[in-house]
Each structure stands twice: as structure tokens, then as C-alpha cells.
Design a protein around this ligand. Structure first.
Ligand code: IPM
Ligand code: MG
Length: 367
């Protein structure tokens, strides 16, 4: 029986708290013998102490181990001379150096969670934003022009290879899912500004070409401005949305807001041979160290990690463990007696993890 090693970078702010909570739940679901979490340094705090945001040993562990689990990174005031934040450099470097080209962000309204959208209940919103994660406007990061304090430029880069692989990822995902809540149809929505910029028109054209290989999946289009209205007025229409890097960054936060916020929004940053799993939220230094954060986004990212490892290694135990973690989160949320603070409750970070562990062990007893 294969055992797995996970490079674990707790990071800054609430990172250590949500990571510890996640390790507790994943170990409860899978057993300590099957998965080990190797704590690796990195982030803004580490940079302040050592001058390194991503030490070579940490990068080597991320490259060589089976998966990467990350809490959060970034601290106020810890910036580079060009004004950009140091903490973000940790996972941005991992994205580019490990070529994690598909950033999967499920937007799912769980039963028992109230949406700010009054017409939608649990199950009514359930789609995935697939954000291209290695080019687009982010390709210029750290490489833009800064001229005489008068001018600054960053260039949007859209390549055929980069678009084809993320589009194929999106169509494959739509084929595996159960379709949009509204009509059960497998659908990929291309989010762009093809009406204005050639680079986005090229993005759309390449997505169209890839669609040719997926006759069973419907293709749909939405401009990046218009989709923000649709995601509020008819979110049940969506199944999978594929978007350029910056647009994906923006619309995935909006999507998170419609299902309860960043505290319940997981993410998986996936490449052909590596993957990083972390809550879509930041390091929230304002509530760090107070057991106040919600661990749900990181726990659900942990479940995505088990599913990714299960697919990669054809490991049914891991698939089952991932399903069990999601189901346990669902039971706790539906029951409603343990509710994290960002969802209007009083339950602390550690107590949420313990409630989910209890739900897992209770399930075992019924078997
Ligand atoms: C995200 C974040 C990052 C991004 C930042 C923190 C670098 O907003 O993961 O969505 O811009 O991609
Ligand atoms: Mg973001």
C-alpha cells in the first residue's frame, strides 16, 4: 500500500492554524500510516528572519514529494522595493516553477450555509472556475517596465499552448461533473474580453478549437464584465468557467462571496506532475493567533488533494477518504451547531476541525 508525503507550508497569519486543523481532519480520515505531512518553512515571516521567501529545501520538497499543502502567506509591511508583497511570492514562484497551469476554484453553496443571494439555497450554486495560472497578465509579474517614475507597463500574454491545456482541463472536468444545477447540462463558459482585445479573441478561438474534441459538452461565452452580473443573477446556469489569469482571479472571489465567502472556498493549483492545495483566502493577519479563522477552505482543499492523489495513483482509499471529508463537512454544516465566525457562528478554528473529526468517526461507527 502506497504512503504519501505532503510538503506542508503553513506560512503566515492564520496559515498555521488552518493547516493544523486540516492535518487533524485528513489524518482522521486516512490514518497516519498512509500520509505524512512534512513541515517546510516559507513565507513573509520566514523572509523577515532569513531573507528567503521560498528556501531551496522547501522548493525541493515541493518538487519531489507527492503534493503540496499550503496555509497562507503574507504579512503587512513585508514588501519588496518595487512595492509588491513578499508573501505572495511563495506560491507565485511555485505556480511558475512547477508549471501549475490550472487553478481550480469550486464555487459551491453547501446546505446549511446562507448565500447573500436570496433566491439560492444549498445545491443551487455549484460550478468551478478554472483559472489559467501561468500566463495572462501575470506573465509580466516582476518583468513590467517602470520608467523614470512616469510610466509603468505590464503585458498580457496569451499562448496557444497555455490556452489549449487549460481549456482541455476545463472540458475534461465538465465531462466528469454532473452538469449545471439549472439544467444538468455539461457546459464550459469561456470568460474573456474578445470583443475588445486580440489576445482575448485568440483565447476564445483556441477554446473553440479544443471544444471540437468534446461534442458532449456545451460551450458558452461571457465577457468578463457581463459575467459578474450573471454570477449574481443566474449562478445556477454555470458548470465550469474557464478564464485568463487576472479575470479568473477576480471572478473567483466574486463567486466565493455568493456561497459564503473566502473562508469556505478551496483551491487546487494543478500541473501535469505537481499540485498545490490551499484555501482561496489570504493570511488574515488581523485575526491570526486567535483561533478565530475558518479552516473549511483549507480542509476542503485537503479533500481536493486526496482526490487528485487518488486519480494520479489510482488509489481507491484516497478517493473514499476525500469523499468522506467532504461528506463530513456537509453534515456539520447542515446540522448547524458548529458554524465558523465568517459564516455568522461562534465556533473557533480548532473546534470546527474537531466537529468534522467527530462526524468522520461517527460515520465509522455506523458502518
Ligand atoms: C489568489 C491571490 C493571489 C493572486 C495573490 C495573493 C498573489 O489573490 O490566489 O487569488 O493574485 O493570484
Ligand atoms: Mg485572488
Amino acid at each position: 500500500m502506497k504512503s504519501y508525503r505532503v510538503a506542508t507550508i503553513a506560512g503566515d497569519g492564520i496559515g498555521p492554524e488552518v493547516t493544523a486543523a486540516t492535518l487533524k481532519v485528513l489524518t482522521e480520515a486516512l490514518g497516519a500510516s498512509r500520509i505524512t505531512f512534512e513541515d517546510m518553512p516559507g513565507g513573509a515571516g520566514h523572509y523577515s528572519r532569513t531573507g528567503e521567501v521560498l528556501p531551496d529545501d522547501t522548493f525541493a520538497a515541493c518538487r519531489d514529494m507527492d503534493a503540496i499543502l499550503h496555509g497562507a502567506a503574507g504579512l503587512p509591511g513585508v514588501n519588496y522595493p518595487d512595492g509588491t508583497e513578499v508573501g505572495n511570492d511563495l506560491h507565485l514562484r511555485l505556480r511558475f516553477r512547477l508549471d501549475l497551469y490550472a487553478n481550480m476554484r469550486p464555487i459551491r453553496l453547501w446546505p446549511g450555509v446562507r448565500s447573500p443571494l436570496r433566491d439560492f439555497d444549498g445545491g443551487g450554486i455549484d460550478y468551478v472556475v478554472v483559472r489559467e495560472n501561468t500566463e495572462g497578465l501575470y506573465a509580466s509579474r516582476g518583468a513590467g517596465v517602470l520608467l523614470r517614475g512616469e510610466m509603468a507597463t505590464d503585458t498580457l500574454v496569451v499562448t496557444r499552448k497555455g490556452t489549449e491545456r487549460v481549456a482541455r482541463f476545463a472540458f475534461d472536468l465538465a465531462q466528469r461533473r454532473k452538469g449545471a444545477p439549472r439544467d444538468g447540462r455539461a457546459r464550459v463558459t469561456v470568460c474573456d474580453k474578445a470583443n475588445i482585445l486580440r489576445s482575448y479573441a485568440f483565447f476564445r478561438a483556441v477554446c473553440d478549437e479544443v471544444h471540437g474534441d468534446y461534442p458532449g459538452v456545451e460551450i458558452d461565452y461571457a465577457y468578463a464584465d457581463a459575467i459578474t452580473v450573471h454570477m449574481v443573477k443566474r449562478p445556477d446556469f454555470y458548470d465550469v468557467i474557464v478564464a485568463e489569469n487576472m479575470f479568473g482571479d477576480i471572478i473567483s472571489d466574486l463567486g466565493a462571496a455568493t456561497v459564503g465567502g473566502m473562508g469556505i472556498s478551496p483551491s487546487a493549483e494543478i500541473g501535469d506532475s505537481h499540485a498545490l492545495f490551499q484555501g482561496a483566502h489570504g493570511s488574515a493577519p488581523d485575526i491570526a493567533g486567535q483561533d478565530a479563522a475558518s479552516p473549511l477552505a483549507t480542509i476542503l482543499s485537503g479533500a481536493m488533494m486526496l482526490h487528485w492523489l487518488a486519480d494520479r495513483h489510482e488509489d481507491a482509499d484516497l478517493r473514499q477518504a476525500g469523499d468522506r471529508v467532504e461528506a463530513a463537512v456537509g453534515r456539520v454544516l447542515a446540522k448547524g451547531d458548529h458554524v465558523p465566525r465568517d459564516l455568522g457562528g461562534q465556533t473557533g478554528c480548532n473546534a470546527m476541525a474537531e466537529a468534522i473529526c467527530r462526524a468522520l468517526s461517527e460515520e465509522d461507527k455506523t458502518k
